[in-house]
Design a protein around this ligand. Structure first.
Ligand SMILES: Cc1cc2nc3c(=O)[nH]c(=O)nc-3n(C[C@H](O)[C@H](O)[C@H](O)COP(=O)(O)OP(=O)(O)OC[C@H]3O[C@@H](n4cnc5c(N)ncnc54)[C@H](O)[C@@H]3O)c2cc1C
Length: 285
């Protein structure tokens, strides 16, 4: 999955996508994470969680693949407390994320935002991890997890490591979300623009405020708004527009502009409007 529309170079037309083009597959069913990690070390192996992206990709054809089905691994679909926050298992579906009471309490705003992504079929089949790992700029997971500074728990060569949200390694076991951070998300201009915001308050004052932009860059762009530190809620609300406009002005040039989508100037203006709304919402609590 490279995030681009799959077109034939000569004609610009969409290529055939069909289940008849699915290449020969070897399906592997690991019983635990170590077996799965070993299977994924094979050169043509690909992990499959809900399979929404994997199956769609295979329908474009290509060389034979080994598909490692993760669904049979017990314990990867849970949402549990972890040090400093909540761990969302790699097999937790969007629907589970949206309904989880622990997550609602720990990261206010996140589960609520997740209830409106995709459609009911995809929410029950697709996973939050798969949405991030698909690596597609227009999806909601990259900016959301960037704003929250989420961490990935990964199994690599027999070791469990923690990696930043944008640098998965090997088999991803879960996503660690920090507790006590308020989250807000605006996807009203998706697929061109998705903005996420996350703020930590201490003693009624902003400790950290992060904004992330998806849709316009191959990797979501994230920034800490140092200017917001120490503002109380009322001041944050008053300063929302100024902070958002300064953030939008400093955004890097887009590196993902499929033909026919709005240009960089429009994106900056629209990003500032959405970010103003999100900061205001965080300030209002
Ligand atoms: C009609 C439709 C509407 C949609 N709308 C939205 C939307 O509004 N917003 C949005 O954000 N998304 C949307 N999506 C995308 C959807 O969220 C993703 O397709 C889904 O979450 C992918 O999850 P999955 O479990 O099916 O991933 P899979 O297809 O199983 O995997 C996706 C990628 O991640 C890799 N992978 C999966 N799990 C692991 C793991 N544990 N370790 C290592 N690699 C792994 C796979 O190898 C593959 O490369 C939509 C999709 C469709 C079809």
């Amino acid at each position: 999955m490279d995030g681009t529309l799959h077109t034939t170079e000569a004609t610009g037309t969409l290529p055939l996508r069909s289940r008849w083009l699915i290449p020969p597959l070897a399906l592997r069913r690991p019983r635990d994470v170590d077996e799965a990690a070993a299977m994924l070390a094979e050169p043509d192996a690909i992990a499959m969680a809900g399979g929404v992206e994997v199956i769609a990709g295979l329908k474009f054809g290509g060389p034979p693949r080994t598909v490692v089905l993760l669904r049979g691994i017990a314990g990867l679909d849970g949402i549990e407390p972890c040090e400093g926050g909540v761990r969302i298992g790699a097999l937790a579906t969007h629907e589970r994320v949206a309904r989880d009471p622990l997550l609602r309490a720990a990261v206010p705003g996140f589960a609520e935002a997740w209830g409106s992504i995709a459609n009911i079929r995809i929410r029950h089949q697709g996973t939050l991890a798969g949405c991030l790992l698909a690596g597609l700029p227009q999806y909601d997971a990259p900016p959301a997890l960037a704003a929250l500074n989420a961490r990935l728990v990964c199994r690599v060569r027999g070791e469990t490591i923690v990696a930043p949200w944008h640098a998965p390694r090997g088999l991803v076991l879960g996503i660690d979300m920090p507790a006590g951070v308020r989250f807000a998300h605006d996807r009203s201009l998706r697929p061109w623009l998705v903005v996420s915001a996350a703020a930590r308050f201490e003693g009624g004052r902003v400790r950290t405020l992060r904004l992330a932009l998806g849709g316009a860059h191959r990797c979501a762009v994230v920034a800490d708004l140092a200017d917001a530190a120490e503002l109380d809620r009322a001041a944050l609300g008053r300063e929302a527009q100024r902070l958002a406009e300064a953030w939008a002005r400093a955004l890097p040039e887009p590196d993902h502009l499929p033909p026919g989508t709005p240009g960089a100037t429009w994106r900056r203006r629209a990003a500032a409007v959405l970010a103003t709304r999100l900061i205001t919402r965080l300030a209002d609590g």
